[in-house]
Design a binder for this molecule. Structure first.
Ligand code: 5AD
Ligand code: SF4
Length: 408
């Protein structure tokens, strides 16, 4: 049997897209491998949100030149956001590339494979998801225009999938062994359908047979409204964790980024979520052009005040065609210093958030016999072994860095 190796860069959306593309390839006679040397097909699913992410994907593609030469009949597919941005011109620089499939083409991936003449026809059946989480993409694209961000131009405007399709997909994933459903979208909580809101959808997905927990990523603060909070607060199947990208703690920088909120309105939303038992994680950018020392201090103090249990921190990276790319860059040394300070702060907060769980009773959804995640997204290790996919209730005995130890 031919073997497929997948390399995915970027966000959860990309992981889900890789899974979807893999399913089409498995139906065409491939088996997955995590060893590139024994693979016949390499699928590289790429990200372009920062220059660094795109570079990594392109340098991996560069290394595949030699890999392809080593064995007759090897093929390479380059997919995702960098593929979307760079398009067919990739084939000029990398003539050994077989197929380019941009992120917006995911719905046509099967016909792209069939039209290439490189693959055999699909044989029926449904690919089984691996792991306990079933990813379901509910919307694609983004209607915001944050001045640093390339995503709207790469992924296009918002397109919401119909709730009937979303529910059918989630039900199928739950039936095939996924007690956790993760709803995905660039601005996932912007999802809507006549008369139906994102909160309605969350409640409907959580009511499907076999669904124990529902997560979603990435929400935009603009859609965290009192109506949303009221609709989700009494549903314990909706995970008590929200990954809310805030980007900065300075109202001035937020305005320059065109994020559509201020430090104060953000803090109100953060407080409302915390009052309802949500743990919060976030994304932050340091060194956006015009960010002063005082602005950066505001980010540090917001991070402290919010008590994020995790944060992804990035140095600002100018992206071609975005408004901020016209602005004057801060010196790299400043970006590095600020990133270092922020990472240290975030590490301390994560450890404190884990330590604060000691003594509490938690529900752990097992992802391996001894390890799982709590509803508020803390990793926990159990003493005994349990069946994967079951929920174990136990008190937390201790915390070691970013791992909780249960009593049972
Ligand atoms: N530079 C640095 N970080 C960025 N992000 C998005 N665009 C940029 C950029 N130009 C970060 C944001 C976003 C995450 C996916 O990547 O924090 O939430
Ligand atoms: Fe990267 Fe954005 Fe594409 Fe995700 S959607 S892979 S973060 S560019």
């Amino acid at each position: 049997m031919k073997k497929l190796f997948i390399q995915t860069y970027g966000c959860q959306m990309n992981l889900a897209d890789s899974e979807e593309m893999a399913a089409h390839l498995l139906l065409r006679g491939y088996a997955l491998t995590d060893n590139l040397d024994e693979a016949d097909l390499a699928l590289v699913n790429t990200c372009t949100v920062r220059d660094h992410a795109e570079h990594r994907a392109l340098s991996f593609l560069g290394r595949l030149r030699q890999w392809k030469r080593e064995k007759e009949g090897r093929h390479i597919i380059f997919a995702g956001c960098a593929a979307q941005r760079l398009g067919e011109k990739l084939k000029k620089t990398f003539p050994y590339l077989d197929l380019v499939s941009g992120a917006r083409e995911i719905d046509h991936f099967a016909s792209l494979l069939d039209n290439s003449g490189l693959f055999s026809a699909a044989q029926g059946g449904e690919a089984q998801p691996h792991g306990i989480t079933g990813y379901v993409t509910i919307m694609r694209g983004c209607d915001f225009a944050c001045t640093y961000c390339i995503v709207p131009s790469v992924r296009g405007p918002v397109h919401c999938l119909p709730s009937a399709d979303i529910l059918a997909q989630a039900a199928q994933k739950a039936r095939s062994g996924c007690p956790e459903i993760m709803l995905l979208g660039q601005t996932v909580n912007a999802w809507k359908e006549d008369g139906k809101t994102f909160a309605d959808l969350l409640n409907e997905v959580s009511a499907l047979p076999g669904v124990q927990r529902v997560r979603f990523v990435s929400p935009h603060p603009a859609f965290i409204t009192p109506q949303f909070l009221a609709a989700v607060e009494n549903n314990p199947k909706i995970a008590r964790h929200i990954h809310l990208p805030v980007q900065s703690g300075s109202t001035k920088v937020l305005r320059e980024m065109k994020r559509g909120y201020t430090r104060e309105t953000l803090l109100e939303k953060i407080d409302a979520l915390k009052e309802r038992g949500f743990a919060l994680s976030t994304d932050l950018i340091v060194g956006f052009p015009t960010e002063t020392e005082a602005d950066f201090e505001e980010t540090l103090s917001l991070v402290q005040r919010a008590g994020f249990s995790a944060a992804y921190c990035f140095k600002y990276s100018p992206r071609q065609g975005t408004p901020a790319a016209q602005m004057k860059l801060l010196p790299e040394k400043i970006l590095e210093e600020r990133l270092d300070i922020l990472l240290n702060k975030v590490k301390g907060l994560a450890e404190a958030a884990y330590a604060a769980q000691v003594g509490k009773e938690k529900e752990v959804l097992m992802e391996s016999p001894n390890k799982g995640r709590t509803s508020d997204n803390f990793w926990a290790q159990t003493q005994k072994s349990y069946t994967i996919g079951t929920v174990v209730r136990s008190r937390i005995a201790s915390a070691e860095d970013t791992l909780l130890m249960t009593r049972d």
